[in-house]
Structure formats: C-alpha cells, structure tokens
Design a protein around this ligand. Structure first.
Ligand code: IPM
Ligand code: MG
Length: 354
C-alpha cells in the first residue's frame, strides 16, 4: 500500500479554508494568512480563503460545534488552516476527513537554544519527527458515563485495529527511510499487551530494510526525550501518547508556540495547525506567537510542492530569530527584542522579500 503523502499540487491558484476557532486562534491564523498571501505574491500563486467555523463559535452560529456547513466548505479545498478550539469539533473534523497522519516536527533553532528546558548542547541540531496516529485509539473508542453498585463511573476505551496501526506504521517507516533511518515506536505493551505496536510495526518494516526499528515503552521514551533527545529520528506513537510526547517537544525547543503540525489523509489532503491550544491566559492581548501556525503553513506549502515559498518563510524566520526578536512565550532575555504578534508579522513580511 502506498500513501500519497506528498500531493505536490503546484497550482497557480489555491483555495484554503481558514478556521481560526477561538482564543489565540483568532490572532495566529490571520497572522499566518498574511504571510501566506505574501509568499504567494512572490512565488506566483494566489490564495482564496474561505472562513469556516468549528467549536463554540460554530455552536453559536449553526447550533453544532461540528456543522455540515464547515464540512462542505472544506470539501475540495487544497488545505485547512486551523487555529484552536476549546470546545469540540476538532476531533470530529479529523475523523471526518480521515486525517490519520499527524506529523509534528520538533526542530531546535540555533538562536533559541538557551530557551530550551535543557542545556543548549543537549538540543543543538535537534531534529525529531513525531508521527502520531490521529483518528483512533482512546480518543475515539467506546466511551461514556454510567453507574453500578459502586456509584457513578466513566470510561474511555483504547481501541486500535491492526489495520490502523499498520497504515500509520507505513507512513512512519517511509519518513524514517527519507531521514536518518531510525524509527522509535512508542508502546505500553507491559500493561496493554493486546495492542501490539511492536509486532505490527516490525512486520511492516520488512519492506523497509534500511530502517532500524526500536520499540520503546512510552514511559521510558518520555524520560529518554528529556535525558538525550538527540538519539531520536522518527517517533511513532498512537493518538494519546503522541499528544503527550509532542508537548514535551515544545519544552525542548523553547516554546510550544513554535511548533506546527500537518494532519493528512491518504489522498494528501490536510489540516494544518499549531500544536498549542487556545491559550486563554494570553488571548486577546495580541501577544501570541504566530510561528506555530506559520510553521504549519510551511508544512502545507511543502505538501503542495511549493518548496521555494516554504523555504522563503523558513529562512526569513531564522534570520528574524537570529536578530533577537522574541514574542512573550520565548521570555526575551537582556539584549533581545520583545515583539507582539503584529510586529513579528511585519518583520517577517520584510524578511521574506529579501
Ligand atoms: C493537540 C491537542 C488536541 C489533541 C486537543 C485540543 C483535543 O492537544 O492537537 O495536540 O489532544 O489532539
Ligand atoms: Mg496536544
């Protein structure tokens, strides 16, 4: 089975659906769109943006946090740029379009090594790709509340078909093959033996002889990520473990606000979002870091085959950070320059032209 995970559209006009959601989603999505329009101009493509609703806003407008209107808007689009929601809708959207591939790159930036939770030498040149299964596992298993003679109780069931594990394993193996050839598989088989990630991935790996598969208990893996993150290349994880490990990645690179992700289906259609949430504590203040969502848009451009546009943003961002510009989440130190969202976008716009 081959997955078309690089759809390489290379068109002159793209249509995307922007779903800002709520909280800082309302600030970082417009920021990212400004950047996208600009690179489009420079690289010769246009972007049409339709706005969609999900979560609390959608509930207000359409009476459902996952409205049919939003689904229809997304159908036939070239990508979905997503902000954050606090109240439902996102899991349904992921499941509806079968976005089972969640790619979460964790790369350190040289000029930000001192903002890491670890010593700079531990994270220098860090380059991990977390491949997270996104439409199954405990998020989507049988769940509910009930009561018995002990009183009320709740349950969520971790359910994984072998097929679901095999298909995400193939993606992770492909990615590892294109990178440094190392695939660490997060599992918890000492407690959850009926979901045999190790065996299934190893079976799939027979078709990828160049990839070394290293099964690792997820609790140990979390510790290893903190002790020696440079040992990892690609990490494959189920839905919940991948969620937890990717936040840890945020601490390694200095701020969760820096990390973007791509959620793709078998056709290469995708949803692009930062891995952070709505951040209610800073929402509405205009100080959110848009680089996570912009990073997600870079992944979208790469998925489209717009590599030059993607590279423009990557290079511009590198230069900007090297000059010392920092949003609040990066705790600007002495000699660094504090900027809010709008200023960061302006600076990025002018770097991108260069
Ligand atoms: C993420 C988020 C989501 C998840 C929440 C908002 C449901 O934490 O994308 O990492 O757990 O998948
Ligand atoms: Mg998360």
């Amino acid at each position: 089975m081959a997955f078309l995970i690089n759809s390489a559209l290379n068109k002159s006009a793209y249509r995307i659906v922007a779903i800002p959601g709520s909280g800082i989603g309302l600030e970082v999505v417009p920021a990212a769109l400004t950047i996208l329009h600009q690179v489009g101009k420079l690289e010769g493509f246009t972007l049409t943006v339709d706005y969609g609703y999900l979560g609390a806003k959608a509930l207000e407008k359409f009476g459902s946090n996952f409205p049919q209107e939003t689904v229809q808007l997304c159908e036939g689009a070239d990508g979905i740029v997503f902000g954050a929601v606090s109240q439902g809708g996102l899991l349904e959207l992921r499941q509806h379009f079968d976005f089972f591939i969640n790619l979460r790159p964790i790369r350190s930036e040289n000029s930000l090594l001192h903002t890491s939770s670890l010593r700079p030498e531990k994270v220098k040149d860090l380059d991990i790709l977390i491949v997270r299964e996104l439409v199954s596992g405990i998020y989507f298993g049988n769940a509910g509340r009930d009561s018995d003679d002990q009183g009320d109780y709740g349950y969520h069931t971790m359910h994984y078909s072998d097929r679901e594990i095999r298909r995400i394993a193939q993606v992770a193996l492909q990615k590892a093959q294109q990178r440094r050839g190392l695939l660490t598989v997060a599992h918890k088989e000492n407690a959850l033996p009926h979901i045999p990630w190790t065996r299934l991935v190893e079976e799939e790996a027979k078709e990828f002889p160049a990839v070394k598969v290293i099964p690792m208990l997820v609790d140990n893996l979390a510790m290893q990520m903190v002790l020696n993150p440079q040992q990892f290349d690609v990490i494959l994880a189920g839905n919940m473990f991948g969620d937890i490990l990717s936040d840890l990645g945020g601490a390694l690179v200095g701020s969760i606000g820096l990390l973007g992700s791509a959620s793709l289906n078998e056709q290469g259609f995708g949803l692009y979002e930062a891995i952070h949430g709505t951040a209610p504590d800073i929402a509405g203040k205009g100080i959110a870091n848009p680089l996570g969502t912009i990073g997600a848009c870079v992944l979208m451009l790469q998925q489209w085959g717009e590599t030059k546009a993607a590279q423009r943003i990557i290079t511009a961002q590198k230069r900007l950070l090297a000059k010392g510009y920092r949003t609040a989440d990066l705790s600007p130190a002495e000699g660094e320059l504090y900027v809010n969202t709008a200023t960061l976008v302006d600076l990025l716009l002018s770097e991108i032209q260069k």
